[in-house]
Design a protein. Structure first.
Length: 299
């Protein structure tokens, strides 16, 4: 018997929920999706009706996921990511010539996208297709020209070029009083924000503080988020002090949306690399992109 999916919510509603959940704000999701806040609100009310569950708690500083909302986000992450990649593969069967890059969502959003805008100004006829995923693996290069891989640069079968080192430091809202922090142990008395260590292998506050010889044993008191954009959004919304990765902070610091808290940072020794297979012959457009990016990585 063929299974017919009659009771599922609409894909557009699920994608809108995903955007609101990740950005932590109806207004930010509205700008990202180019929809009115009213349209966003109606879609979310319809989705909550369809699945008979409240997904958000709405407050003055934005929206927070309920337990049901967090459960749905885990599923939506996986389903939308798989669907996006499948659609992308289908499109590639019919569209040739694009330079294909795969990287994490955080790298794409915070680091690569601003540079692609500049690249397009210099190479308007070169099309770049970016696919994002939770974790990039060297095997992904079978379907892509380039990947941005995190590690020590010890992939024997790949050409690899360092893009940026991993540097982590505390960040908070621009109006946060830095008088509260004079030494790393002062962070123990503050409201702290981090990524959920059960979902992401990113540095935690406990690990960061340990680098300075400070012991933090109350990890249950740290606000945890499922995505980097959510954690940074929480810091911008004055919910606490987050760990910020240098590659993500560049534009936010320049636009004075966020600031460093204290003169403390940890360099982990890990790096993000632009990589491609040694067996792959790059197209002229791919060579143009590689050379342009490597010449402009400090921008």
């Amino acid at each position: 018997m063929v299974k017919i999916y009659k009771r599922l919510p609409s894909l557009s509603g699920l994608a809108t929920f995903h955007a609101v959940a990740k950005l932590g704000s109806f207004s930010l999701a509205s700008n990202s999706l180019h929809l009115t806040q009213s349209a966003i609100s109606k879609q979310m009310k319809l989705l909550e009706t369809q699945i008979s569950a409240r997904l958000f708690d709405r407050g003055a500083r934005g929206v927070e996921l309920t337990d049901q909302g967090r459960e749905l986000l885990v599923c939506a992450d996986r389903v939308l990511d798989d669907l996006e990649r499948s659609v992308h593969r289908v499109r590639l069967l019919h569209h040739n010539g694009a330079v294909k890059i795969i990287c994490t969502e955080a790298v794409a959003h915070f680091w690569l996208s601003p540079r692609l805008y500049d690249f397009a100004s210099s190479y308007p006829n070169v099309r770049i297709d970016v696919v994002t995923t939770g974790e990039v693996d060297p095997s992904d290069l079978r379907d892509h020209d380039f990947a941005i891989l995190y590690g020590h640069g010890d992939w024997s079968n790949l050409n690899q070029f360092p893009l940026f080192a991993e540097v982590v430091y505390p960040v908070a809202h621009i109006n946060f009083s830095t008088e509260l922090v004079h030494k790393p142990s002062d962070f123990l008395s503050l409201k702290l924000i981090q990524l959920n260590p059960e979902r992401w292998p990113w540095m935690t506050w406990r690990e960061w503080l340990h680098s300075f010889g400070v012991v933090h044993e109350r990890e249950s008191e740290i606000a945890q988020f499922s995505h980097a954009s959510l954690a940074i959004s929480a810091a911008i919304n004055q919910q606490g002090v987050a760990l910020g990765w240098d590659f993500m902070m560049e534009t936010l610091l320049q636009n004075k949306l966020i600031k460093k808290v204290g003169d403390f940072s940890v360099t982990t020794g890990m790096t993000d690399f632009l990589v491609y297979s040694q067996n792959r012959i790059l197209s002229p457009d791919a060579v143009s992109f590689r050379d342009w990016l490597l010449n402009n990585i400090t921008r």
